[in-house]
Design a protein around this ligand. Sequence first.
Ligand code: AMP
Length: 279
Amino acid sequence: MKIVRTIKALRKETADVRKDGETIALVPTMGALHEGHISLIKLAKRQADRVVASIFVNPTQFAPHEDLARYPRDEAGDAAKLESAGCDLLWAPGVAEMYPEGASVTVKPGTASLPLEGTFRPHHFGGVVTVCCKLFNQVTPDVAIFGEKDFQQLAVLRQMVRDLDMPLKLIGAPTKREKDGLALSSRNAYLSPQEREIAPVLNAAITELAAKVAAGKPIEAAIEAAKKRVIDAGFAKVDYIAVADAETLKAVTQRGTKPLRVLAAVWLGKTRLIDNLPA
Ligand code: AMP
């Protein structure tokens, strides 16, 4: 697997692939790779001739008080995992390559970015859509794979690709979990052994909530019960536990005909965990 760090070197690689008439799948990541990321690489291999993974810890999607500086980094370990999963190329630009001095144009995310994460991390999706737009222009993939683990991110990116007529297909991949239900996340590395024991309660609580919603039980009461369950288990704070339209991410209080999603963001000590399920 080749590793490239400049746009010039990347363009040479993609031009060679195109010359051979082959297609490209892109899997964007921030590194600290786990089985969830690797499942995206495996899915990507079934979607295109060549798989490009990117590793870039994107500073513009972190607020100043967030965990950019301590975000886990292990490029050598990541490269070994990617290579053994069959990834063809690693695109690993530095910050100066991605955001050269003077860069000032950004993408403004659409309506799906406003609720939920948008309330608690108001600058986050602006950084995400801008870097993904750049990654799409750099790699020129036919398909890009994103995890449903970041369900709102996927919805926001679908709106961007649709509304800006971007010539690629987005594919959402199911969330990989530990046996006890905890969604795999690079941020799980922050959890103390005691927090790690409590962490699966998040998935248990939203599983119960999703089942109640699917059974037509009153949504607001079911949300309150889920919040109580996580707080009683020892979580520090609930940013949100919500039931939303799966496409627009707007909160709903009643079941209609459209698909619904249960989404949650909660704090366990100093670690923020997110998870979601269909309802
Ligand atoms: P990240 O490195 O956290 O930005 O994630 C890179 C990609 O991997 C995103 O599309 C995530 O949604 C996806 N991802 C993260 N965790 C998981 C997981 N547990 N299962 C499947 N995909 C995941």
